[in-house]
Write a protein that binds this ligand. Structure first.
Ligand code: ADP
Ligand code: ADP
Length: 234
């Protein structure tokens, strides 16, 4: 069953006569699937992410997440974007707890049992190779470390859907491939549905079960490919 369905969506910025960012976009991503979206800069990848998360509303067509038409920001989603956006006055750990403070359901649980969530955040930090860095402030971390912490923040509320928009962008190739393995293992272990936007085809084939190729204009899906062979698992 699909978790995310985009059907015949048009999205234009700036009203009539503005930029047509995506046109007649149709795709679906099944529960537990790892999908990648690739395509050149400006083809509408970020727009697609914002449509799924409910940050933008389409002018035509429908976006459905978990059987519900998206009409406002979706709370079952974890997001990590290219530029880490950690609050500089909070420690890394308190940044990771941030999504819990936004959703009322979690806010109550956080108040009732903070220790449980702190332990969880620390476990996530360990998973991404940042054990013991929770008390550092973001500006005390390198860019790559901030991106890792960003991933922890996207995962703290155990989202059903994880949206990753070039989350490995500014990383050196060694750290990047290390993080690929972290993400791949997370997907294998937790069964979370993932949509990854990237312009790195190697990254897409390494990670995803299914790859959508978008054309430069006007943001249609050109091809849908199943990754044809099992990926290496070390
Ligand atoms: P990608 O993520 O693939 O680079 P985007 O979704 O960011 O593509 O952009 C798709 C098109 O929409 C581009 O032509 C871009 O310039 C335009 N666009 C994106 N965001 C806005 C915006 N807020 N206002 C106007 N045009 C935008
Ligand atoms: P990405 O690297 O994710 O493709 P972009 O560099 O295309 O992002 O855009 C960065 C941000 O600026 C996005 O949030 C996008 O919505 C916005 N943006 C992109 N193009 C335009 C535009 N022509 N006018 C206004 N905002 C834009």
């Amino acid at each position: 069953t699909p978790l995310v369905t985009i059907a015949n969506v048009d999205m234009r910025y700036g009203g009539t006569g503005g930029t047509l960012a995506v046109k007649d976009l149709t795709l679906d991503v099944g529960k537990g699937e790892f999908a990648a979206v690739v395509g050149p800069s400006g083809c509408g990848k970020s727009t697609l992410m914002k449509l799924v998360t409910g940050l933008h509303m389409p002018q035509a067509g429908t976006v459905t997440v978990n059987g519900e038409r998206v009409t406002k920001p979706v709370s079952i989603v974890g997001m990590a974007f290219q530029n880490p956006t950690m609050l500089p006055w909070r420690t890394t750990l308190d940044n990771i707890l941030l999504p819990l403070e936004i959703v009322e359901k979690h806010r109550k649980r956080l108040r009732a049992n903070k220790a449980e969530y702190v332990a969880k955040a620390e476990k996530l930090l360990e998973t991404v190779g940042l054990k013991g860095f929770g008390q550092k402030f973001p500006w005390q971390l390198s860019g790559g470390m901030q991106q890792r912490a960003n991933l922890c923040r996207a995962l703290i509320h155990e989202p059903e859907l994880l949206m990753l928009d070039e989350p490995f962008g500014a990383l050196d190739s060694f750290t990047r491939e290390e993080l690929w393995c972290v993400i791949r293992d997370l997907h294998a272990a937790q069964g979370v549905t993932i949509i990854l936007v990237t312009h790195d085809l190697r990254e897409a084939t390494f990670l995803a079960d299914k790859i959508f190729v978008m054309s430069s204009r006007p943001g249609r899906i050109l091809q849908e490919r199943r990754v044809p062979f099992p990926r290496p698992r070390e």
